[in-house]
Structures are given as structure tokens and as C-alpha cells.
Design a protein around this ligand. Structure first.
Ligand code: ITT
Length: 199
């Protein structure tokens, strides 16, 4: 089964290569348009990206694929009323590096506040013909007090999953892949495929 991965995020793509091994994966071409995400919820955006990518691929795609997979995800911090959440990719656009963005995010959390947070991932799969569907995953945890570790990507160095003392930036990728939001969403997606709901 051949899946087009409709994402320009290199961190996500590296994870999908491991989490979805066994599937043939086609990366979103670097010269393809970026996919709009204008919804208020992860699910809306994941479906918007998968359907947008499918429409583009049907017209411009270079090779046949069975379907298109998109991912909308983010970090939801309780002390920031769930933010940056669905706006995670657009948080602090004036800062270039995630080290600086993470520093700013941590500075926004008041001293003594509840540091609970979670990563959320919603995958949308659109078969080339037929109805798209979604699969989601969440990992609960808390915010570190500083950026720690250089592994992973994005907000990984400030997120400590429940049951661990280290951040996702410090834990080995193999550990992240046993419990992350994306790993759980991929497991749910595989289950949908196994049940034969689609394709
Ligand atoms: P695509 O839309 O092209 O897939 P994007 O980066 O714009 O790429 P999102 O809109 O879903 O994707 O933004 C998700 C952001 O949330 C992402 O840019 C990271 O900053 C963050 N994020 C999501 N999953 C993460 C993870 O596993 N570890 C660290 N940060 C993550």
C-alpha cells in the first residue's frame, strides 16, 4: 500500500518513516504548494490538509498512490488555556529557532501554575476515491522548567511525558515512539486499515 505523506514538517516525516514501517511512503514534493489549515480544531485541519493534498495530487501527482495522509498536531498547555494547541506551528513567528520559541512559551507560564500539558495528534487519511477518516492520539505530561535535550523536534525539549523525568528531547526516539501522540494515532490508523474500513 502506497501512501502520500502530505506534510512539509521534516520532524513528522522522520517519525512516520519509523511509525508506519511496512507502508510504502511518498513524501510531499518540496515544490508542491503548502497546504492551508484554517480550522479551529485539529480534526478540521487534518481533514483540510488531506483533502487539499488529494485534490492537488489527482491533478499533478507524478505516481499513483492509494491514499493521502495528513497530520495536524500540537502542544496544549493547561496554564495557557490549551494553547498554543492548534496554533502550535504558528506560535512566536518572530522567533526562528525552537529553542527561542520554547523559552518564550515557558516564560508565559506563571510561577506556581499547573504545568500539565499534552501533545495531540490527529491523522486524516483520504483514499484516492472515497470518504476520508481520522485517527487520533494523545500523550499526557507536564512542562519542564527549561529547554532540555536536543532530540526530536519542535516542543519535544520542554515536554516531560507522565511516568518519566526526562523530556522528549532527552529520551531516545524509540521511547517516544512507544507512547507519543503520533505513535498512538498511527496505531489507531493501522487498526482502521486492519479492520478493512479503508481502503
Ligand atoms: P504540516 O502541516 O506540513 O504537516 P506543520 O509543522 O505546519 O507541518 P502542524 O500545523 O500540525 O504541522 O503543526 C504542529 C506543530 O506542533 C509542529 O510544527 C510542532 O511545532 C508541534 N509538534 C507536533 N508534534 C510534535 C512532536 O511530536 N514533537 C514536538 N513538537 C510537535
Amino acid at each position: 500500500m502506497k501512501i502520500l505523506l502530505a506534510s512539509s514538517n521534516q520532524g513528522k516525516l522522520a517519525e512516520f518513516r519509523q511509525l508506519l514501517d511496512g507502508f510504502e511512503m511518498v513524501p510531499w514534493p518540496t515544490d508542491a504548494p503548502s497546504l492551508p489549515e484554517t480550522g479551529a480544531f485539529f480534526q478540521d485541519n487534518a481533514l483540510q490538509k488531506a483533502e487539499g493534498a488529494r485534490a492537488w495530487w489527482l491533478e499533478h501527482g507524478l505516481e499513483p498512490v492509494d491514499g493521502v495522509l495528513a497530520d495536524d498536531s500540537g502542544l496544549c498547555v493547561d496554564a495557557l488555556w490549551g494553547g498554543p494547541g492548534v496554533l502550535s506551528a504558528r506560535f512566536a513567528p518572530d522567533l526562528a529557532s525552537y529553542r527561542d520559541k520554547n523559552h518564550r512559551l515557558l516564560a508565559m507560564v506563571p510561577d506556581g501554575a499547573d504545568r500539565s500539558a499534552r501533545f495531540v495528534c490527529v491523522l486524516a487519511y483520504a483514499p484516492l476515491q472515497g470518504e476520508p477518516f481520522t485517527a487520533s492520539g494523545t500523550v499526557e505530561g507536564s512542562l519542564a522548567f527549561a529547554h532540555r535535550g536536543d532530540g526530536g523536534f519542535g516542543y519535544d525539549p520542554i515536554f516531560i511525558p507522565d511516568g518519566f523525568d526526562q523530556t522528549f528531547g532527552e529520551l531516545p526516539a524509540e521511547t517516544k515512539h512507544t507512547l507519543s501522540h503520533r505513535a498512538r494515532a498511527c496505531a489507531a490508523l493501522r487498526e482502521r486499515f486492519r479492520l478493512g474500513v479503508n481502503p
